[in-house]
Design a protein around this ligand. Structure first.
Ligand SMILES: Cc1cc2nc3c(=O)[nH]c(=O)nc-3n(C[C@H](O)[C@H](O)[C@H](O)COP(=O)(O)OP(=O)(O)OC[C@H]3O[C@@H](n4cnc5c(N)ncnc54)[C@H](O)[C@@H]3O)c2cc1C
Length: 316
């Protein structure tokens, strides 16, 4: 019996969401009195440090280049069988989602995606209807799989132990597809994992005004997002669109600038821990969902806010 955690490192470095998955796996393993094993595939800078997060063993399959969900699923399934995993944990990231279902089929395992609670015996919860409902699932199969909701289980250092990574023995299947080239945006935390998000809507009047949103995001180290109409009219790229039909996010801080707060927008952002709304209309619906609100013209407020944060950072 063991808990196996697939520890994502698609950029060559172990991701924060992977550390969240490890913290989750460690806590379940503690409850079950079993061991927690991390598995990395490909280059995985930071694998030497995983002992701090409570893993008993780190297994590595390093001779894989590039991401292919079929290859990854095959390897993870082999390792899960070798270590007798009764629970396999994934981040609910785009790659985690693309692998977990395949592993579930291979291991004949029940899968719950975007879990928001620790697996307790057979049961685990997840949010439904944009967080308005909670479902409790019971997984009846011997092997269980969960993908865990981002920003829900903060990574916790629990031990001073260092665990030296070991090579896992796995047959590496031949990929059926070949990735010829990948282009990645450096230095930006992807929206689903972002802890701080600065988002703007139609109140910005046009794409030429987005510099002030980017300045505010840069000084905070935040990721930028937008409302759907802004992406539809190509003021911003579609991957920034949050809401019911866009990305659902759960940051610690969500700053909404010139966004009315339509129900479809709120559906993707209402799990944020703190919401700050800047809008010139005191009746804008977003204020009802806000923890802090500024009624004012964004063209006046946003540069002042950025300057104030800059000066605070310079003096602290
Ligand atoms: C099926 C369906 C799915 C949808 N899915 C999504 C979704 O996933 N995400 C999403 O965002 N929307 C979605 N929508 C659209 C949604 O209903 C709203 O139309 C949209 O969110 C409005 O975008 P907005 O707030 O940017 O624009 P607007 O509604 O036009 O609001 C602009 C706001 O800016 C404020 N403002 C204007 N000028 C200033 C200024 N100078 N200073 C300060 N404030 C100012 C205004 O007071 C206003 O509140 C969906 C709609 C449907 C029907």
């Amino acid at each position: 019996m063991s808990v196996l955690v697939f520890t994502e490192s698609l950029t060559g470095k172990i991701k924060k969401s992977a550390l969240e998955a490890i913290s989750y796996g460690y806590q379940v393993a503690q409850q079950q009195g079993t061991s927690c094993i991390a598995l990395t595939i490909g280059q995985a800078e930071g694998a030497d440090d995983l002992g701090k997060y409570g893993v008993d063993k780190v297994l590595q399959v390093s001779q894989v280049n590039g991401f292919d969900s079929q290859v990854y699923a095959n390897i993870i399934s082999q390792v899960a069988q070798q270590v007798g995993a009764t629970l396999v944990v994934f981040s609910h990231s785009s790659s985690g989602k693309s692998i977990a279902g395949r592993v579930a089929v291979r291991l004949d395992a029940g899968l719950v995606s975007a879990a928001t609670t620790l697996l307790n015996g057979d049961t685990v919860n997840k949010n439904l209807f944009s967080g308005k409902g909670i479902a409790t699932y019971s997984i009846s199969t011997a092997v269980k799989i969960v993908t865990i909701s981002a920003n829900t289980f903060p990574p916790k250092e629990v031990s001073g132990n260092s665990v030296a990574p070991e090579a896992a023995s796995a047959n590496i299947p031949t990929a059926k597809i070949r990735v010829k080239e990948t282009t990645t945006v450096e230095g930006i935390v992807p929206l689903p994992e972002a802890d701080l998000v600065v988002s703007a809507g139609r109140g910005m009047k046009g794409p030429e005004n987005w510099g002030m949103v980017e300045d505010l995001a840069a000084i905070l180290g935040a990721t930028t997002a937008c409302s759907r109409p802004v992406a539809d009219i190509h003021w911003r790229p579609h991957h920034e669109h949050v809401g019911q039909t866009g990305v659902a996010i759960k940051p610690t801080l969500y700053i909404a600038i010139g966004i009315s707060g339509a129900i479809q927008h709120l559906a993707g952002v209402n799990q944020s821990k703190t919401i700050v709304v800047i809008n010139k209309d005191p009746e804008a619906p977003f204020f009802k969902a806000a923890d802090y609100g500024i009624v004012g013209d964004l063209f006046d407020v946003v540069p002042k806010l950025t300057a104030a944060i800059k000066s605070f950072k310079a003096n602290n």
